[in-house]
Design a protein around this ligand. Structure first.
Ligand SMILES: Nc1nc2c(ncn2[C@@H]2O[C@H](COP(=O)(O)OP(=O)(O)OP(=O)(O)O)[C@@H](O)[C@H]2O)c(=O)[nH]1
Ligand SMILES: [Mg+2]
Length: 155
């Protein structure tokens, strides 16, 4: 199949990345309540469903990617569920360099966050609400930025 885009599923360890991946691709993957369950990236495919304009325009559409049925466009995408990233990943912490490499050919990323605040930055279980999930957004974006800027300098 021709995929419209490749999407990386990212986040710190133990936040539900593989759960989201399994739900989106219907693939069976390892899901456990501890950090670093996933080491080797899981790769699968799925569809993004959006409302198509064909009904409104009263036209039969013929999409380049995927298909259109009953006024809904199904856009085929490839999903990559990678191992969890911790602060310092772009400098190799927690095998971060290897895990970030799995994202190199992704067109965009989905960041999975444990909004309940019950996992610390390493994905270890802590009391609910005791960890501020905003910290995850900051550190993960920073690690991704660092990793991209290193790759640009290298090549
Ligand atoms: N309450 C709740 N638990 C969830 C949710 N999504 C996943 N979990 C649980 O969180 C734990 C970790 O889920 P995984 O999908 O393995 O998490 P992961 O981010 O892939 O973990 P690593 O591969 O270790 O980085 C499991 O016990 C899941 O059942 C959710 O939306 N709500
Ligand atoms: Mg996982």
């Amino acid at each position: 199949m021709n995929y419209y885009m490749k999407i990386g599923v990212v986040g710190k360890p133990n936040v539900g990345k593989s759960t989201f991946f399994a739900a989106s691709t219907l693939k069976k993957v390892d899901i456990q309540n501890f950090p670093f369950t996933t080491i080797d990236a899981n790769i699968g495919s799925g569809f993004i469903r959006i409302k198509c304009v064909c009904k409104e325009l009263n036209k039969q559409c013929n999409p380049r990617y995927g298909f259109c049925t009953n006024g809904f466009r199904y856009i085929p995408i490839e999903l990559v569920d990678v191992a969890g990233l911790v602060p310092g990943a772009s400098q190799g912490k927690g095998m971060g360099n290897q895990f970030l490499n799995d994202l190199i050919f992704c067109d965009c990323l989905i960041h999975i966050i444990d909004i309940s605040g019950s996992t610390n930055e390493k994905g270890e279980i802590v009391e609910i609400n005791s960890y501020d999930p905003k910290k995850d957004i900051e550190f993960l974006e920073n690690e991704i930025d660092q990793s991209i800027s290193r790759a640009i300098v290298k090549y």
